[in-house]
Design a protein around this ligand. Structure first.
Ligand code: FMN
Length: 308
């Protein structure tokens, strides 16, 4: 796929797919809706999102509050023509047992298929009990195969190409676990990895929000996420496209992730602390970085820290 620049919206900001026009109008290259689950669910009780302005950090335990994939389809039908690709983040309904997770993911994918350009299998949210276990072994294989089948069936029926399918990973995986996910992704010919979701780690215990349960994102996640990108890139020799997300607050952070190996980038916390102008400052900032670098295009810069 072609993108006008590398920067898009991370999952979780537009859980109901209500603001597609807005994401286009602030200049993003793509947006990601969801997490969407098969069943409608209200998520965890409030309060469930906490912010630390000084650290530019968030802790959240939203728990996939969303209207469910049937209602999301109605919303997408109403949303009209698009000017940027729309991705969907697929989660598992809380009520669905882990052993039936593949039905949950593939049902949502099947429902959304006609309306979405890229699918992200999210097995890395810390806020649905047991979800992160789906990153391992037969669970992951089962989910990937079920989603690949839905992709193939729809593409054959509509006589159009199949759609890119990505896996989103947690920053808390060990190196061995990460490599196992990547091996599975390569074996199933998955199109890329989104690195990363929120972390269970905390930068310190000195602030009240860090004692809250949930996943931490924003600046404290930045290096952990970049190191994962770096490792995936070197482990795969740059053969698997990586979407870099975690603590991108400015063009410098974005550039760092590109050099480490990210082809596309996303942010959530950055928009909370910097506002919608973040897109413009990152896109202009990246343009400047490129101008003062030895590279002609962003694609040339991807993974270049591994070559220097
Ligand atoms: C309130 C909130 C809700 C989120 N919901 C989702 C989600 O539904 N699915 C998902 O894959 N990631 C979700 N995320 C994670 C983000 O997409 C992103 O991976 C993470 O926040 C790191 O990026 P950041 O440092 O730019 O925030 C959520 C994050 C926040 C803060």
């Amino acid at each position: 796929m072609q993108y006008s620049h590398p920067f898009g919206l991370a999952a979780g900001m537009d859980k109901r797919a209500e603001a597609l026009r807005g994401w286009e109008s602030i200049g993003l290259a793509f947006s990601e809706i969801g997490g969407v689950t098969m069943l409608e669910q209200s998520g965890n009780p409030k309060p469930r999102m906490f912010r630390h302005g000084g650290d530019r950090a968030l802790v959240n335990r939203m728990g996939f509050n969303n209207p469910g994939s049937e209602k999301i389809v109605q919303q997408l039908r109403r949303s009209g023509p698009r000017s940027i690709p729309v991705w969907a983040n697929l989660g598992k309904s809380k009520l669905t047992p882990i052993d039936e997770a593949k039905i949950d993911y593939s049902t949502t994918m099947n429902r959304l298929w006609p309306f979405v350009d890229v699918f992200v299998i999210n097995v890395s949210s810390p806020n649905t009990p047991g979800l992160r276990d789906l990153q391992h072994g037969d669970h992951l294989k089962g989910i990937l195969n079920a989603c690949i089948e839905v992709n193939q069936t729809n593409s054959e029926r509509e006589n159009v190409p199949s759609k890119p399918l990505l896996i989103k990973v947690a920053p808390d995986l060990t190196i061995e676990q990460l490599e196992a996910v990547v091996d599975e992704a390569l074996a199933c010919e998955i199109d890329g990895i989104v690195a990363t979701n929120t972390t269970l780690e905390r930068p310190n215990q000195s602030s009240k929000i860090y004692l809250e349960q949930g996943g931490c994102s924003g600046s404290p996640l930045k290096n952990q996420s970049t190191e994962m990108i770096r490792h995936i890139y070197s482990y795969t020799d740059g053969k698997l496209p990586i979407v870099g997300v975690g603590g991108i607050m400015n063009a410098e952070d974005a550039w760092e992730k590109i050099l480490a190996g990210a082809t596309l980038l996303q942010a959530y916390a950055g928009f909370v602390f910097e506002g919608p102008g973040l897109t413009k400052s990152i896109v202009h900032g990246l343009h400047n970085k490129l101008k003062h670098s030895e590279f002609e295009t962003i694609a040339d810069a991807v993974g270049s820290s591994h070559r220097s």
